[in-house]
Design a protein around this ligand. Structure first.
Ligand SMILES: O=C(O)c1ccccc1N[C@@H]1O[C@H](COP(=O)(O)O)[C@@H](O)[C@H]1O
Length: 215
């Protein structure tokens, strides 16, 4: 399964993650209200060099022009739209830029399939996170049983408060739901906002890979 580690903002910390944990996707937050905001002073040239991993930029209702500029500056491979962007916005991004798009749906008490349908086949991935007023990074889980209702073609990533002791449940969930392509881990793996606990991520990734390969 795809493992995305999100909310990275420190060069040394990212390099250590790259050396020890082999994540598939690395996420940077371009939302200024987040405690994980990458900040105005960080630029591609002084941040980090990925080694084949997808570089993901997380945006919350950003203007198209800002996304365009950031994709070029940070050499992003993937755009994660974590706000209220509509299907036309996703279509415009796909037409203008050579990037994959992750469209996020923030889940409350139900998985509203009617909200997802317009994006099916348009976004490369969906991502399901927990609904909160802060958009993302809440560390809170939604009811994963709600995934039972998912009947579309677009593969999805699961997110929202995933923690180190969730390995068994995540592996079982993916076996049951073939459209679950991966997971996104964030605030439950931090020493402080934006700084990941590399040892915790490493142990988690190793356990997950080992359990995935069982059977
Ligand atoms: O991490 C943030 O601060 C953040 C802010 C605004 C939008 C998205 C954000 N992060 C994303 O939130 C989810 C869930 O994170 P958590 O595990 O609950 O901490 C994750 O997909 C991040 O990409």
């Amino acid at each position: 399964m795809i493992i995305k580690v999100c909310g990275l903002k420190d060069t040394e910390n990212v390099n250590s993650l790259l050396q020890n944990c082999s994540p598939d996707m690395l996420g940077m937050i371009f939302y200024s209200k987040s405690p994980r905001f990458i900040g105005e002073s960080v630029h591609e040239s002084n941040f980090f060099s990925s080694q084949g991993q997808d570089r993901v930029g997380v945006f919350v209702d950003s203007a198209f022009s800002e996304i365009l500029k950031t994709v070029q500056e940070f050499q992003l491979d993937v755009i994660q739209l974590h706000g209220n962007e509509d299907a036309d916005f996703v279509k415009n991004i796909k037409e203008a830029l050579d990037v994959k798009v992750i469209k996020v749906f923030r889940i409350g008490k139900e998985l509203r399939m009617e909200d997802l349908r317009p994006f099916d086949g348009l976004a490369d991935y969906f991502l399901f996170d927990t609904e909160t007023s802060s958009f993302g990074g809440s560390g809170r889980r939604f009811d994963w049983q709600l995934l039972e209702a998912y009947d579309l073609q677009t593969p999805y990533l699961l997110s929202g408060g995933i923690a180190s002791d969730d390995v068994g449940e995540l592996v079982k969930l993916q076996k049951k739901h073939p459209k679950m392509a991966g997971i996104d881990i964030n605030s439950k793996f931090e020493l402080e906002p934006g700084i990941k606990d590399v040892e915790l991520v490493k142990t988690f990734v190793e356990k997950l890979r080992a359990q995935e390969n069982e059977n």
